[in-house]
Write a protein that binds this ligand. Structure first.
Ligand code: ZN
Length: 198
């Protein structure tokens, strides 16, 4: 399992609801946390590691030792959004790129945890921003889609570089073609339980 760079097609995938919480899923979650900490992130969505399921992990402290801050969101739904705010965001699928993104200032979110328990939070500040960013991932929506006009314009060349690099990797054979990758995602969707590909 690896963190996939933009524009890998998994990042534009609208992910499917998770039907069952099992040992495969628990292993995937553990590995996602490991990858997230190694990349110095605070959140990671399943489609960023090539799994088309509605799941993300979060640790706002970014500290692997701070297990109490670890949260797993399975099948999350943002029920309410209030206000509007701009702030800087990065994304592990766009390493090194940061820009101003518009988000709701406050949200209410519900999800299931790894024990299958439903939980809900009212969030603001960084937590609200991170949950909106990660929930967007599950719908194939990226932070570049929600940037301010200025940030989108300024970062356009950087985004283009990510695209050029990924297409180069595809022609080198480091990644298969989009067609093959999409076929793999479709196959995984209809074939739970989760199988984490290396
Ligand atoms: Zn992201």
């Amino acid at each position: 399992m690896n963190i996939l760079p933009y524009p890998h097609p998994a990042l534009r995938w609208k992910s499917k609801q998770i039907q069952e919480i099992n040992d495969d899923l628990r292993r995937v979650v553990a590995e996602m946390f490991t990858l997230m900490y190694a990349a110095k992130g605070i959140g990671l969505a399943a489609n960023q590691v090539g799994l088309p399921y509605r799941l993300f992990v979060l640790n706002l402290s970014g500290d692997a030792e701070d297990k109490e801050e670890e949260l797993v969101f399975i099948n999350p739904e943002i029920l309410k959004r209030k206000g509007s705010t701009e702030g800087e965001e990065g994304c592990l699928s766009f390493p090194g790129m940061y820009g101003q993104v518009k988000r709701a200032a406050k949200i209410e979110v519900e999800a299931f945890d790894l024990n299958g328990q439903c939980f809900g939070y009212s969030l603001d500040d960084l937590a609200a921003r991170a949950v909106q960013h990660e929930t967007d991932h599950l719908d194939g929506v990226l932070f570049i889609d929600r940037m301010t006009e200025t940030a989108a314009r300024d970062l356009q060349p950087v985004v283009a570089d990510f695209e050029t690099q990924f297409r180069r990797w595809q022609s080198d054979g480091r990644y298969p073609s989009d067609e093959v990758l999409k076929r793999e995602l479709l196959a995984m969707e209809s074939r739970p339980p989760l199988v984490a590909k290396s």
